[in-house]
Design a protein around this ligand. Structure first.
Ligand code: GAP
Length: 424
């Protein structure tokens, strides 16, 4: 099995990510997040929000509708230009992104003849209300960004923020991708964490560099090694319709170096198109601010941290699989494991579990041998296992096993919460 297969299999077996609608034969390239996956995803989103919104004076958050007035997409240029070239095979009917094909005439699957490429708009179309008429056409948003642009003046008026400042949003985006794939890397429904950082035009280069640094620091915070990350400047002719400069931050995924995040200088393109402007409180001058946009994909973050954290080690002739997540990312922080399924050990262990639950995301597990339970917790990246053993009821202490070192330490039960707080 290659690394991706191992991660897909572990994800399903342990409850990180399940194939979507599986009991009905699945739905190609759709994925559901299980009990562990949703914790991991929420840890990413919560940490991002704390770091970039709540801990900063210059950024505020918003949450806008998934379906916006179609005029938004007209003004933003998405209706006209948010498309990929599509080619079909005349023999096997498979569809391809024409710009990704080496031979534009021959089908890479069956060798059949391909149609000429035509532009395919990636926005998901729907209808508002009961009648499917063209007047009622609407679109699921393909990026969260437009929510920040169309609310620019409302945010300025309600918060009295002054340039430079940012508006942030975390939420779903939808794209009718021609070639989704590579597990959760490219899907038709995904989440973005985006900031529109509004600036004066003359500051764009300085702010661009600042944000690139911020993004690199975030990647480090995820536990991702710098050697696995590459910053690529997008050539001018490949820039998105709104961008004056974009860098893509690539990660070394098992299927190749691919985009993890992006950073774009969108100039005043969007605010201008939405007729939004800003009045300088000092000079009284009215103008359209420019914008730097750092953007992060949530699912790509999940995939990158899983790839980066996955380790296999030989321990006493057996393979130990460990998810070496940084502690803040781990879905469960603590597992409570009694050595026997009987009282008084279970009673004591359940008491510890109930005491810790309000403070840490914990799991209680009394099934199987202790060795198997440790392996399971290693595989899901739990930093600490608390073992309640036969000495525990008398001595009022337990062992705490560290996932990284596998070393165990005896800790008094009444000091457990403090010990975990300090070490986590
Ligand atoms: N507002 C700018 C924007 O949407 P983008 O590069 O098209 O820029 C931003 O998307 C991020 O969203 C990407 O860097 C990636 O992390 C994530 N992303 C884009 N398309 C995706 C897809 N089909 N599946 C999963 N994540 C995707």
């Amino acid at each position: 099995m290659d690394l991706m297969e191992k991660i897909v299999s572990l994800s399903k077996r342990r409850g990180f990510i399940f194939p979507g609608s599986e009991i009905y034969g699945g739905l190609a390239n759709s994925w559901d997040f299980g009990p562990l996956g949703v914790e991991l995803k929420n840890n990413i989103k919560k940490e991002w929000w704390k770091r970039f919104v709540q801990s900063r004076e210059d950024i505020v958050g918003i949450e806008t509708a998934l379906i916006m007035n179609p005029k938004v997409w007209e003004a933003s240029g998405h209706l006209k230009t948010f498309s990929d070239p599509l080619a079909d095979c005349k023999e096997c009917r498979e569809r391809f992104r024409a710009d990704q094909l080496k031979n534009k005439k021959k089908c890479p699957s069956c060798g059949g003849q391909l149609t000429a490429a035509r532009q395919f708009n990636l926005m998901f179309k729907t209808f508002i209300g009961p009648s499917e008429e063209s007047a009622n056409v609407a679109y699921f948003r393909p990026e969260t960004a437009q929510g920040m642009f169309v609310n620019f003046e409302q945010v300025v008026n309600s918060t009295r923020k002054r340039l430079p400042f940012g508006i942030a949003q975390v939420g779903k985006a939808f794209r009718n991708e021609i070639t989704p794939g590579n597990f959760i890397f490219r899907t038709r429904e995904f989440e973005q964490m985006e900031i529109e950082y509004f600036i004066k035009k003359e500051d764009w280069e300085k702010q661009f560099e600042k944000w690139l640094k911020e993004m690199k620091q975030w990647i480090k915070h995820l536990g991702i090694a710098t050697k696995n990350v590459e910053v690529i400047d997008i050539p001018k002719k490949e820039l998105a319709h709104y961008s004056k400069r974009t860098v893509d931050i690539f990660y070394k995924f098992p299927f190749g170096h691919e985009e993890l995040y992006g950073l774009a200088y969108r100039s005043d393109f969007d605010l201008k198109n939405h007729n939004q402007s800003y009045q300088d409180p000092q000079t009284g001058k009215q103008f359209v601010p420019h914008v730097i946009e750092p953007t992060w994909g949530v699912e790509r973050t999940v995939l990158a941290v899983m790839v980066e954290s996955y380790k296999e080690e030989k321990v006493k002739g057996e393979t130990r699989v460990v998810m070496n997540f940084p502690n803040w990312l781990a879905p469960y922080k603590v597992a409570i494991l009694p050595l026997s399924k009987k009282a008084p050990l279970t009673k004591l262990a359940k008491g510890i579990y109930k005491d810790l639950l309000p403070h840490f995301v914990c799991e209680y597990d009394e099934t199987q041998s202790i060795g198997k339970r440790y392996r399971r917790q290693d595989e899901i990246g739990t930093p600490f296992c608390i073992t309640v053993d036969f000495d525990s009821p008398k001595k009022k202490d337990v062992t705490v096993r560290d996932r990284r070192t596998m070393k165990q330490k005896r800790v008094k039960i009444n000091k457990l919460q403090q010990y975990l707080n300090e070490t986590l």
